[in-house]
Design a protein around this ligand. Structure first.
Ligand code: GLC
Length: 564
């Protein structure tokens, strides 16, 4: 019997198809490339693959601007390739999770093309249109997340349409029942093809405040724009989809939640509410934003990182929600470069981040390249970047008075392209990603950092991940153990326990390049651990310490013990 929540013991692998593996020399990764690498993922222990958008798209936002939800973009292959992928996944007892982008569609979608024809078009109301403000100009001061006004003027019909992201990503009007029907239909289309899960792109932005008030700068509790984040009807809309597609088909769903709150995520992911299986939130990945601003650099606040992870661990557990655990994705610079040392201690650091994350409660996500310790690439100049957000911001930062060099430095650290360079398979040309010209540069360090060399080395980062993924399947405590933070604001060390009635699990990590000492608080030690036998489950040092109340930790050392 398969348990209904089997995925709580799984690890999801995120594939950015554009940069994963190219099989036809086009310079862009394709579906066949993923199929070709399934044995690699299977060997790693992955049973759920999240495939990012491969639908027909002008690719202004790398596929997050969908022009046809039920067809494959020729750049990525054909529907036959997709069917073959499904078959090969099935053979390996793996399942596919598709990325669904329905807060907005591309302006090249047929719905939008029809909608913009006239105010009377039956598709007009699929999108959000407003008259110019009384004196002319944009209807209100809402800003696009990629910079500039969120409103685009349509000359023909003399109205503005809403675009919370790029100007070619028009927000869909979920108030319109027909739009919700279309969403259900397209989800059913893929479910019938055997897709077992969906990652719902910025799904907490779908319900807007219908009075479209001026943004007065005040923000909602989760620091989101209060007029469209976790909006008035969002739970109702999500439940409607659950009832019609996700529930009856037993699908796994993860919602990407922009600037949300803990209370909201509990609501979204508590199974009693029939909404989503789990949620991504981003608070822990803003700990290096100066005053909350992504484009202002600051060293990351370690204490804040620990505080946020802990708050969500405890809160989601108490509220019956479920976390999607992650430190990397295609929108974030590499955590390895951001929070640790990606040069001298690269291997230790990559393993430390993995152990720290994979000991937590939730479903871990591994983003391609993370499992081999790919750092942020070396960027030489602005022309190497491809991302629309990075390009916009490079210009805007200079408009705001930054020198070109200063702007470039910010882009280097914060660009989403940091995680979008091609997967490094081996030491051959272009890291084995393509025989053509890659759409974005390959990081020059691929000769040392690549899959081939990691597979051969028993102590590699890859094999460390493999072990962690296997442990999650074996140990019930990783699924159900209660989280207790144990480091009492230590400036370099993060330590926590997971406890259930039979066992205690301890994860201890030194996030610094210094040798440091650390003691487990008396109260916890005396009550749970004294005179117990501990077993080291995984570590990143040659020296293997016994679990003791006081320990000395070498730079970036990280351990997981279990006490039975
Ligand atoms: C999500 C995606 C991101 C995309 C945006 C708009 O945040 O992860 O890549 O640009 O939504 O669809």
């Amino acid at each position: 019997m398969i348990e209904p929540d089997w995925w709580k013991k799984s690890t999801v692998y995120q594939v950015y198809p554009k940069s994963f593996k190219d099989t036809n020399g086009s310079g862009t990764g394709d579906i066949k490339g993923l199929t070709m690498k399934l044995d690699y993922l299977h060997d790693l222990g992955i049973d759920i693959v999240w495939l990012q958008p491969v639908y027909v798209s002008p690719q202004n936002d790398n596929g997050y601007d969908v022009a046809d939800y039920c067809r494959i973009d020729p750049e990525f292959g054909t529907m036959e390739d997709f069917d073959e992928l499904m078959l090969e996944l099935h053979k390996r007892e793996m399942v596919l999770m598709l990325d669904i982008v329905v807060n907005h569609s591309s302006t090249e979608h047929e719905w939008f093309k029809q909608a913009r024809q006239s105010k009377d078009s039956p598709y007009r109301d699929y999108y959000i249109w407003k008259d110019p403000a009384p004196g002319g100009g944009v209807p209100n001061n809402w800003q696009s997340k990629f910079g500039g006004s969120a409103w685009q003027y349509d000359e023909e019909t003399e109205q503005y349409f809403l675009t919370l992201f790029d100007k070619t990503q028009a927000d869909l009007n979920w108030e319109n029942e027909l739009v919700r029907k279309e969403v259900v239909e397209l989800l059913k289309f893929w479910a019938e093809k055997g897709v077992k899960g969906f990652r719902m792109d910025v799904i907490n932005l779908i319900s807007k405040d219908l009075s479209f008030p001026e943004d007065d700068g005040s923000i909602a509790p989760g620091d989101g724009r209060r007029f469209y984040t976790d909006g008035p009807r969002v739970h109702e809309f999500i439940r409607e989809v659950y009832d019609q597609v996700w529930g009856p088909n037993h699908l796994i769903t993860v919602g990407e939640m922009s600037s949300t709150t803990l209370a909201q995520c509990i609501r979204y992911s508590n199974p009693e509410n029939n909404e989503l299986s789990m949620t991504f939130n981003f608070h822990h990945l803003k700990v290096d934003y100066l005053n909350g601003q992504k484009w202002e650099l600051m060293p990351y606040d370690f204490e804040e990182l620990k505080r946020l992870l802990s708050e969500w661990q405890v809160g989601m557990n108490e509220g019956g929600g479920w976390n999607a655990l992650f430190l990397n994705n295609h929108d974030q610079p590499r955590a390895l470069s951001r929070f640790t040392d990606d040069r001298k201690y690269r291997t230790e650091s990559a393993k430390l981040l993995a152990t720290t994350l994979h000991g937590l409660q939730g479903t871990p996500y591994v983003y391609q390249g993370e499992e081999i310790g790919m750092p942020n690439p070396v960027w030489n100049n602005i022309d190497e970047f491809r991302d629309i957000e990075s390009k916009n911001m490079y210009r805007i930062l200079q408009e705001q008075g930054k020198e070109p060099d200063e702007a470039l430095n910010i882009i280097r650290e914060r660009s989403r392209d940091n995680s979008r360079t091609p997967m490094q398979w081996d030491t051959t040309i272009n890291a084995g990603f393509t025989t053509g010209t890659p759409w974005i540069k390959v990081d020059e360090r691929y000769r040392t950092i690549n899959v081939h060399s990691q597979l051969e080395d028993a102590d590699s980062i890859y094999n460390h991940y493999k072990k962690l993924i296997a442990l999650r399947k074996e140990l019930v405590i990783l699924k159900d153990g209660m989280y207790v933070r144990l480091d009492e604001s230590h400036p370099q060390v993060y330590t926590y326990a997971r406890i259930n009635e039979q066992e205690t699990l301890i994860v201890m990590s030194n996030f610094s390049d210094q040798e440091v000492s650390f003691s487990i608080p008396d109260e916890f030690w005396n009550e749970r651990m004294n005179e117990q036998v501990s077993e080291l489950l995984i570590s990143n040092t040659l020296h293997v310490p016994e679990l003791a109340q006081s320990t000395s930790l070498s730079p970036y050392a990280s351990y997981m013990w279990i006490i039975k």
